[in-house]
Design a protein around this ligand. Structure first.
Ligand SMILES: [Zn+2]
Length: 178
C-alpha cells in the first residue's frame, strides 16, 4: 500500500502541526476528509495519565452534539479515521475499538505500550464477541512523527510535575530504517 497517496486533503494543515508541534498530536477525520477534531496529549498538563491525544479527540467529538447527536448509533466513529503520530497504546487501542473506529493511521511504533501490534494487537488480533476489529496502518509520515517526539523529549517540559533539566540533550535528526 502506498501510504502517502492516501493522505487526506487536510494534510498541509496537519503536516504543519506535526512539524512544529512539541506534543503528540492526533486528529480525527470523517470519511469525507473533513477534520472533526484535533487533539494532543495532555498528560503532563493535567497530571492525568489517561489524557492521551486519542482520548482527547474522542471526548471532543462526543461533546459536540452536531457530531454526536443524542440517539447516535452504538458506534459513532464507524466512518471516522484517526491520524496520530505514535501507535495508540493498549488503553487507547481498546477504547478506539469499543467506539467502533473505522481506521487508524500512525507514524511510528510504540515499542513499550503499542496496542495495534507494537506489543499486542488489540485492534484486530484479539477476538471479541461484539466489538468489530479495525485496520491500523503504521509508518504514516514516520520521519515527521519521530522528529516531533525527539523535539518534545529534548525540550524542557515545563508542565511536568517534576521538571528535569534537559539543557544538555541534543536533537538527533538521523532516522534509521525499520
Ligand atoms: Zn494511549
Amino acid at each position: 500500500m502506498n501510504i502517502t497517496s492516501s493522505w487526506p486533503k487536510p494534510w498541509p494543515w496537519q503536516r504543519k502541526r506535526w512539524l512544529q508541534g512539541r506534543f503528540q498530536w492526533a486528529a480525527s477525520l470523517s470519511g469525507g476528509n473533513t477534520i472533526i477534531a484535533k487533539a494532543r496529549n495532555r498528560t503532563n498538563q493535567l497530571r492525568n495519565a489517561t489524557r492521551h491525544a486519542e482520548l482527547e479527540a474522542i471526548d471532543e467529538i462526543l461533546a459536540d452534539p452536531a457530531l454526536t447527536p443524542p440517539g447516535s448509533s452504538r458506534y459513532p466513529f464507524s466512518d471516522t479515521t484517526l491520524y496520530v503520530t505514535v501507535e495508540p497504546c493498549i488503553m487507547c487501542a481498546s477504547a478506539l475499538r469499543q467506539m467502533g473506529i473505522q481506521r487508524v493511521f500512525y507514524g511510528c511504533t510504540n515499542d513499550r505500550f503499542g496496542g495495534c501490534g507494537g506489543v499486542i494487537g488489540v485492534n484486530d488480533r484479539l477476538g471479541h464477541p461484539s466489538h468489530p476489529p479495525y485496520e491500523a496502518i503504521g509508518g504514516y509520515s514516520r520521519e515527521d512523527a519521530i522528529l516531533i517526539l525527539r523535539r518534545f523529549y529534548v525540550t524542557e517540559n515545563y508542565n511536568a510535575p517534576a521538571p528535569k533539566s534537559k539543557a544538555n540533550r541534543v536533537l538527533k535528526t538521523e532516522i534509521l530504517p525499520r
